[in-house]
Design a protein around this ligand. Structure first.
Ligand code: LLP
Length: 410
């Protein structure tokens, strides 16, 4: 099994396991497909959602493709800028921006803040005034649409913490427009992640279109509409195929045809999700009461999605023998939740076999922890026949030096 032209056993041998492996070609293809799909809508800003995978090599790859960034913390902002993403291509989202974060992003420059409440707008206006600036901003709308994704990653229902309701939006926009430190110029929406049904997105976007007309009727200038991210990818081959970028682009074109605004999209998973795998080795196969346990050297601390969202990820042997087994695939972490799959039919594997867990480019390495004192793992990027380590494995030694003991224990 290869990633582009590099055999995965070579990576395992040279870098060790577990390790994340990313394909440059896959990321570039996704960018190309999305860009082509959105081209007829004008010059949209494609702002990659950094949270999906903030690895510097990935950000630099996207910067070279001309992408912008959607950031949700000053940490992500700094990483995006360090990778060469221009300030005028950066959108700052998130419900809990602090005054310090606002000031730093304003100072460094950005395309716009997506603000999520009147309270936040007030703070931003004050921060901008103190810096003798006007902060470019859009209001994030909560369209009260059930995204139908996992409840933990659906964001567009009224009960969720995100955005300002449609009912309040007209009045709040009027009030905020008068804030001296704000340059309010648009609206934003993001209803959730791993969406596999375009119709919920279309419902939300249609509501946004109505709101734009309503705002213009009241004399507000609306120059930008940020449609968020959320387009899902294919994890389980038994599920219906996720909509393609082309379908997504056609829907956006249809809905936004008469808006006369600059569109922004914030894709994360779509660009990197399928570009990565988690390369891991079987520590041992342990007999079990129901099925044998295949114990991997990767655990829930490395890839949290199955434990956190019951997410389904493909699991395949790097060197399949042609035989199969039914097994519970687990990690070494001391929690029952450290399970990648239960009763899964997989390629026959034994102690020492290499295994890949698929679709591990998004919300995978970035959500890892060192729980159970397991060092964060290596990340490797492939480009044709070339490969490089783009994040070094953490060492156990680092646990002994940080943090220092308090003086009374030395
Ligand atoms: N824009 C905003 C405001 C967001 O909150 C998100 C994701 C995105 C864009 C990018 O969404 P995407 O295109 O990647 O679906 N950890 C979860 C996913 C959390 C998504 C959070 N927000 C998972 O592993 O499924």
């Amino acid at each position: 099994m290869h990633c582009e032209r590099v055999p995965l056993p070579l990576i395992a041998e040279q870098v060790g396991t577990p390790a994340y492996v990313y394909s440059t070609a896959s990321m570039r293809n996704q960018v190309l497909a999305l860009r082509e799909a959105l081209a007829p809508t004008g010059e949209p800003l494609i702002a990659y959602a950094v949270k999906a995978n903030p690895n510097a090599a990935i950000l630099t790859t996207f910067a070279a493709e001309g992408l912008g960034a959607d950031v949700v913390s000053i940490g992500e902002y700094v990483r995006a800028r360090a990778a060469g993403i221009a300030p005028e291509k950066i959108v700052f989202s998130g419900v809990g921006k602090t005054a310090d974060e606002m000031a730093a992003a304003l100072d460094g420059g950005l395309y716009q803040f997506n603000i999520e409440s009147a309270e936040e707008a007030e703070m931003l206006s004050q921060v901008a005034q103190a810096a003798d600036k006007r902060a470019p901003a859009a209001i994030r709308i909560n369209p009260d649409v059930e995204a139908g994704s996992h409840p933990k990653i659906s964001t567009g229902a009224a009960r969720n913490k995100f955005g300002i309701s449609m009912a309040e939006a007209l009045d709040i926009f009027g009030r905020l427009d008068a804030f001296p430190g704000l340059d309010l110029r648009g609206v934003a929406v993001h209803i959730g992640s791993q969406l596999t049904n375009l119709s919920v997105l279309e419902t939300a976007f249609t509501k946004i279109g109505d709101l734009v007309s309503g705002l213009r009727d009241r004399g507000h200038e609306i120059a930008t509409v940020d449609l968020g991210g959320g387009l899902g990818i294919n994890y389980d081959p038994r599920d219906a195929l996720a909509p393609s970028p082309a379908d997504y682009g056609a829907m956006i074109r249809r809905v936004s045809a008469c808006w006369g605004v600059r569109l922004i999209v914030e894709p994360g998973r779509l660009l990197v999700g399928s570009a990565g795998v988690l390369l891991t080795r079987v520590i041992r196969v342990k007999a079990g009461a129901v099925h044998p346990f295949v114990v991997l050297d990767a655990g829930m601390n490395d890839l949290m999605r199955p434990a956190l969202y019951d997410a389904w990820h493909a699991i395949n042997a790097v060197n399949p023998t042609g035989q199969q087994m039914t097994a519970d695939i687990v990690g070494p972490v001391c929690e029952t939740g450290d399970t990648f799959a239960l009763g899964r039919i997989i390629d026959q594997v034994d102690a020492g076999s290499l295994v890949v867990i698929g679709q591990a480019g998004a919300y995978a390495a970035t959500m890892a922890s060192s729980y159970n004192s397991r060092p964060l793992i290596s990340e490797v990027m492939i480009n044709g026949e070339d490969w490089a380590i783009v994040r070094e494995r953490e060492t156990i030694q680092s646990y002994l030096v940080t943090p220092p003991l308090p003086p009374w224990l030395r």
